[in-house]
Design a protein around this ligand. Structure first.
Ligand SMILES: [Zn+2]
Length: 364
């Protein structure tokens, strides 16, 4: 339960990077069944700035979304997107990817920004590193994240805002266990697993989740796997006790013409769909599936009509949230294995896990 409503788990959070889930209105999100969305501290603080959003009544009012919002701490973008100048125990100094201006983000400032935005759930500030770096560097970042976790909690200023801590440690089991021990001992309202979906393999992600799950034991707090959101990953993670997900993937791939269905991915740019009168997914109740054909969407993508991006995004978010609903049902009635064995195989493919971005396209 949050100040803006309940969150049923497992749950997926569509990503509203710049105070909008790309191509979707709040009404579209409600229609798709969204309960909670994510906002990005890094982006919102650079533009239009947290202070301006606070003056305009906070992020909920600014973007006209009255449901729960989780904000990230900015850590992921600072360490993946910005031109990093310096990281020390105080915080991170970086150059804005927008205009080259120099910014300094600390655990205290990350918490202040999130308090100004007024999100329901704030994230502690963490240091992300490439899990492929030498172990000593991964360990340093994890230990710094632990120190920043305490400072983030100490900087908490809103009693109506939950704060989640973040487990780091790359793909090393010992470092992950150390991180779990420190973070779970702190009075956070939820526990997030960070540092995944950054180029590791599917098996490394699964193994890391195994370690974290075992180390957390019967800790009752919500568990949030950050930045993970491909259909096959949902099953891997839910099986290991994950409650919350966020990822740009469903909306990003939608804008390239890729839609997710129970039968697998469809690429609407494929010429075969130009004459296909059937809906994207006959079982889906979204606006795109109820009113339109694959042929129509294939045409819109070829003609680069703006409606293509909206309809494909409406569908992918609806399908993803419907999958979450089916996952919740399957956990309560014991049909998880059946659901997994029906959906996951059609999405299984090799390749690293990543949410890294093609920023030159102006996407998340
Ligand atoms: Zn649909």
């Amino acid at each position: 339960m949050t100040p803006h409503g309940q969150i049923d788990t497992p749950q997926f959070m569509p990503v509203g990077t710049q105070a909008t889930v790309k191509a979707l209105t709040p009404g579209d999100l409600r229609g798709a069944g969204a309960q909670v969305i994510l906002g990005n501290t890094y982006h919102l603080n650079l533009r239009p700035t947290a202070e301006r959003i606070a003056r305009l009544g906070g992020l909920h009012r600014f973007m006209a979304w009255d449901g729960p919002i989780l904000t990230d701490s900015g850590g992921f973008q600072v360490f993946s997107l910005a031109d990093l100048r310096r990281v020390d125990d105080d915080g991170a100094t970086f150059t804005s990817h927008l205009d080259g201006s120099i910014h300094h983000l600390t655990p205290e400032r990350a918490m202040e920004i999130q308090a100004l935005l007024g999100s329901d759930v704030a994230m502690a500030f963490d240091q992300l590193v490439d899990p492929g770096l030498p172990l000593a560097q991964v360990a340093d970042a994890m230990q710094r994240t632990n120190r920043w976790a305490e400072r983030s909690l100490a900087a908490r200023s809103r009693p109506d805002q939950a704060v989640y801590g973040i487990i780091q440690g790359g793909v090393d089991p010992e470092l992950r266990r150390e991180s779990v021990a420190v973070i779970s001992a702190l009075p956070f309202d939820g526990i997030a697993v960070g540092g995944l979906s950054v180029g590791e393999s599917k098996s490394q992600m699964a193994a890391t989740l195994e370690v974290v799950t075992e180390a957390l034991g019967d800790d009752p707090r919500p568990r949030y796997l950050m930045g993970v959101g491909s259909p096959v990953d949902f099953f891997t993670a839910v099986e290991r006790g994950i409650d919350l997900f966020d990822c740009v993937l469903p909306t990003r791939v939608a804008r390239t013409g890729q839609v997710w269905t129970d039968a697998g991915r469809l690429n609407l740019r494929n010429a075969a769909f130009m004459d296909d009168p059937t809906p994207l997914d006959a079982a889906c109740a979204c606006e795109a599936c109820v009113h339109h054909s694959r042929a129509y969407l294939a045409h819109l993508f070829r003609a680069r009509e703006l409606l293509a991006y909206r309809l494909a995004s409406v569908h992918n978010v609806t399908w993803t949230l419907e999958l979450m609903r089916r996952l919740r049902t399957s956990l309560s009635d014991g049909s998880f294995t059946e659901l997994r064995d029906r959906i996951a195989p059609v999405y299984r493919r090799d390749g690293p896990n990543t949410r890294m971005t093609v920023y030159d396209a102006g996407v998340e």
